[in-house]
Design a protein around this ligand. Structure first.
Ligand code: 9MR
Length: 548
């Protein structure tokens, strides 16, 4: 026999739920025949708790790996284990109940860490920050609006978008909406989950009796409300003219401006605030009323401005993300569906039926800052539309099929391995879970679980893409707060493999011919594969809420 093959054994490093699916992947650079694998206690006493055959490897094109899946689903005894095959061994992993409790805490708390305009003193992490970007209280639009006005705007508060300190309406709206949706579907799951410290709920009187998740989301909704113009339209973003270096928020004292306006962002605002009107009603009915009246104001403006519009003020600004999108039908549809669900008003129902029947029925697509269709379909399906429910189930069927064909049981297709592919994995899992609510199907649920296992380490990089979660996790995320403080904020989902290699660090890897699923580098400067964002963590939070 020649030299031993080098096998890489990839597992979900955070852990497998006792009763859930448990698949590991054995990968190599060359083909291998059927082989034996064992699962043993982690703690060196080598007690074998499972043994079985691993099928012969098959080639997985997106990762360039030869792979075989090991299904240890039958192992239902709680404990710490590792998988061994031909002398190679996985990192230790845990099987047990509620294995994601700590992770959901971290992921929820990550939003608190992103708060702009508030000081932070987190004794658990030893992370202290002074309040940042107080200058946002008096920002000005960079250009005059259509009426020639340039009012001073209070754009303070809200969450920083990502590793940068910009604040943008579309990702804010889609993130808040996905989090509210998680709450709407799993209120009991979030009811008792406290993750805010005393004083951190202070911006809301009802906070003591409401779930922390809603207190945190309200911080973002309040900012969104500030971004709405008098006439109902919503500004696009606030940022400085240059991306700051890796400094703490309070040191980024550059003048910041409000940029742009878009119909798609205005519609996302209307949808998210209309949702908020339902979600906040039991806790704070004045606030719920305010959210609804703002949603309606945005909607009236949209009705008076039926053409898609996106202002490219970005041309003047190199210090922020574009979030550019020149169409808006999916978002107008989503806004109407939420307004209809919240108010039951006939005019919204009629507009949906007359103008958007194609979007209700069209094959569903995962939610994103640039696509509100799925959440519109969900709102309609939840209100009883069989057409929208079928469109979601059809997409889930397709996804379940593609998960079954993928070497790592990932739902990502070749075209998905681009900037924010990990977000796509979580957003696809979210779609599967929504389908499972409408048309319960074990393949939908286990397909969603598979996506979580994928981002938590069962992937071609053998990396957990969530900071602090697992054994080998992203340690150098493009995240200014972590980099500036030297304290890695845990619970951040990074963007993940990106075949476009569109940042300076990834570009240098171009001549290596990396396969799509390996176009990733754990490097501070790789913003196109290793940055975290609020709209990446939102579907992760959604998925975690369904796991126990
Ligand atoms: O997540 C966004 C991704 O979908 C886009 O392809 C990319 C390029 O426009 O922008 C990403 O969003 C970034 C934003 O532009 C600026 N803040 C950081 C965001 C995450 O990288």
């Amino acid at each position: 026999p020649g030299p031993a093959r080098e096998l890489r054994i990839h597992v979900n490093q955070v852990g497998y739920e006792t009763e859930g699916p448990k698949v590991a992947v054995i990968a190599a650079d060359e083909a291998f025949p059927e082989l034996e694998a064992v699962v043993a206690d982690r703690d060196g006493n080598e007690r074998t708790v499972w043994e079985g055959k691993v099928p012969a490897a098959r080639y997985d094109e997106l990762s360039g790996d030869w792979v075989a899946q090991v299904d240890i689903g039958g192992l239902e005894t709680a404990g710490w284990y590792r998988i061994e095959a031909e002398g190679s061994v996985s990192v230790p992993f845990y099987i047990g109940d509620s294995v994601y409790d700590d992770l959901i805490y971290r992921v929820s708390r990550s939003y608190r860490m992103q708060r702009s305009g508030q000081a932070l003193d987190d004794p658990q992490l030893g992370l202290k920050l002074q309040a940042g970007h107080l200058q946002d209280k008096e920002a000005e639009p960079i250009f005059e609006d259509e009426q020639g006005r340039r009012p001073v705007i209070d754009a303070s508060g809200g969450w920083y978008d990502a590793g940068d300190y910009g604040k943008y309406v579309p990702p804010a709206a889609i993130a808040a909406a996905q989090m509210m949706l998680a709450y709407e579907l799993r209120p009991e799951f979030f009811a008792a989950r406290r993750f805010l410290l005393d004083g951190e709920r202070a911006h809301w009187e009802a906070a003591e009796s409401a779930p922390d998740l809603l207190a945190e989301i309200k911080f973002e909704l309040d900012w969104l409300l500030r971004m709405q113009r008098e006439d109902g339209a919503v500004y696009h973003k606030i940022s400085g003219g240059v991306f700051p270096d890796f400094i703490p928020p309070a040191e980024d004292v550059q003048q910041r401006s409000v940029y742009g306006m878009s119909t798609y962002g205005t519609a996302m605002f209307a949808a998210a605030t209309a949702m908020g009107a339902r979600v906040y009603k039991p806790f704070d009915s004045d606030y719920a009323d305010e959210l609804l009246s703002r949603a309606e104001r945005a909607q009236r403006w949209l009705e008076a401005h039926p053409e898609p519009y996106f202002r490219l003020d970005d041309m003047q600004d190199s210090g922020s993300g574009p979030y550019d999108k020149t169409t808006d039908r999916e978002e107008r549809y989503w806004a109407l569906a939420e307004l209809f669900r919240t108010t039951g008003e006939d005019r919204y129902g009629k507009a949906l039926a007359n103008d958007y029947a194609d979007l209700s029925a069209g094959l569903a697509h995962y939610a994103s800052w640039n696509d509100g269709q799925l959440l519109g379909q969900w709102a309609e399906a939840a209100a009883g539309s069989g057409t929208a429910a079928q469109a979601i189930a059809d997409a889930a069927n397709e996804m379940a099929g593609s998960i079954g064909r993928d070497g790592y049981r990932s739902a990502l297709t070749g075209g998905d391995y681009r900037w924010a592919s990990n977000k796509v994995a979580m957003a696809k899992a979210e779609l599967l879970l929504l389908a499972n609510e409408l048309r319960p199907n074990p393949d939908y649920f286990s397909g969603a679980v598979d996506q979580l296992h994928y981002v938590l380490g069962r992937n071609a990089m053998g990396t957990s893409y969530v900071t602090g979660a697992g054994t080998r996790y992203a340690r150098y995320p493009h995240h200014r707060i972590s980099a500036a403080s030297g304290i890695l904020v845990p619970g951040l989902l990074v963007g993940g493999p990106n075949r476009d290699l569109n940042d300076p660090v990834l570009e240098k890897l171009a001549d290596q011919g990396l396969p799509p699923a390996k176009s990733y580098i754990d490097d501070l400067l790789s913003y196109a594969s290793n940055e975290y964002a609020i709209d990446y963590n939102a579907p992760l939070l959604f998925v975690l809420a369904f796991m126990d």
